[in-house]
Design a protein around this ligand. Structure first.
Ligand code: DAH
Length: 349
């Protein structure tokens, strides 16, 4: 009996080393611990033994049984784990694979740049003011110090709905918002607005469209000076064109501001060294601005001795053309998907 136990143990130890598959385990189970397995056979052989011997061998056989169980089941678990691991490795989802691209719409560059301006000014306490595109001659010109026949009207020839005087026209500048904002303000108190919107002129070439976009800014308050204007425009240009951008004021003339300035920024293509974009000057003209003319304040009900203000106006298309390198303004309004798709996720790049 003892010999038998010894040889079963030995063969089990050899067999277990050979096990590779679950099938091998099944076979081992039936060979050793199954109903007709070697260990059960041993138990059967005990029938002829004396009670003393039964006790002794019972213990020995039990020990063997426990040993066989733990060996075989341990091995089974090992194999199952290996199978599972292999499966996990094989079937794992590779999250580094590029996903299927879901086409997302993209914002027109004009919407994008308009929102950029709006966000900045709202963050500085301005209100976004909306004015109509269909305007009166009075709001578009006369109340901005451009009386009938004023030569500065020539550069802003637009589309008229009847005649030049009393009927409507398509606004040629967002500066009309200055008049409207001042007249709307019944208390004649402080104003801080930006007005982005479409304007119209009789122009059409690669850099001029009959319809384009401007953004106007107007601040009216007590003790407003050119320093406020300069600080505001510096903040604005750095925000839109980059931190390194510098701003330069040049004396200019606009009928509705006094003094008036034209504002240049350092060329963002060459950083001010000179290139084809800035025509080797290092500067690019981007907007007109100035201190609101006392007559303009007076015409809309403000007392220029109490209130001062600054105003600025810039072409949003021009800004977008600079920022995104768009060579022809007409493509912005061309409805060509190949154009718009280029701005897909531009800000996330
Ligand atoms: N409205 C002017 C234009 O269309 C631009 C401009 C110049 C706006 C000076 C202003 C300003 O507010 O102060 O050319």
């Amino acid at each position: 009996m003892k010999e038998k136990v010894g040889s079963i143990r030995e063969s089990l130890n050899t067999d277990i080393k050979e096990v590779k598959t679950i099938q091998d385990i099944v076979e081992l189970k039936s060979k050793y611990i199954g109903k007709t397995g070697l260990i059960s056979e041993l138990t059967k052989g005990m029938a002829e033994l004396s009670i003393e011997e039964k006790k002794e061998f019972g213990m020995i056989i039990n020990e063997l049984k426990n040993e066989a169980n733990s060996l075989i089941f341990g091995k089974e678990e090992e194999i199952n784990n290996a199978i599972l691991n292999e499966k996990l490795n094989k079937e794992a989802i590779d999250i580094t694979l590029p996903s299927k691209k879901i086409k997302r719409g993209s914002l027109n560059p004009m919407t994008r740049i308009t929102e950029e301006f709006e966000d900045l000014f709202v963050s500085m306490g301005y209100t976004v003011y909306d004015g109509p595109e269909l305007e009166t001659d009075e709001n578009c010109f006369r109340k901005l110090n451009l009386p009938l026949g004023h030569p500065a009207r020539d550069t802003q020839d637009t589309f008229y709905l009847k005649d030049e005087v009393d009927e409507y026209l398509l606004r040629s500048q967002t500066s009309t918002a200055q008049v409207r904002a001042m007249e709307d303000n019944t208390e004649k108190g402080p104003i801080r607005i930006v007005c982005p919107g479409k304007v119209y002129r009789r122009d059409e070439d690669a850099t001029h469209s009959h319809q384009f976009m401007q953004i106007e800014g107007l601040v009216i308050d007590k003790n407003i000076s050119m320093a406020d204007l300069k600080g505001t425009l510096e903040t604005m240009m750095k925000h839109v064109l980059g931190e390194k951008t510098e701003v330069r004021f040049r004396p200019s003339y606009f009928p509705f501001t006094e003094p008036s300035v034209e504002v240049d920024v350092t060329c963002f293509k060459c950083g001010g060294k000179g290139c084809n974009l800035c025509k080797d000057t290092g500067w690019i003209e981007v907007l007109g601005a100035g201190m609101v003319h006392p007559d303009v304040l007076t015409m809309s009900g403000y007392d220029p001795k109490v209130y001062q203000g600054f105003a600025f106006g810039t072409g949003l298309d021009r800004m977008a053309m600079f920022k995104y390198g768009i060579p022809d303004i007409r493509t912005i309004y061309g409805n060509d998907l190949r154009f718009i798709n280029q701005f897909d996720r531009k800000d996330e790049e």
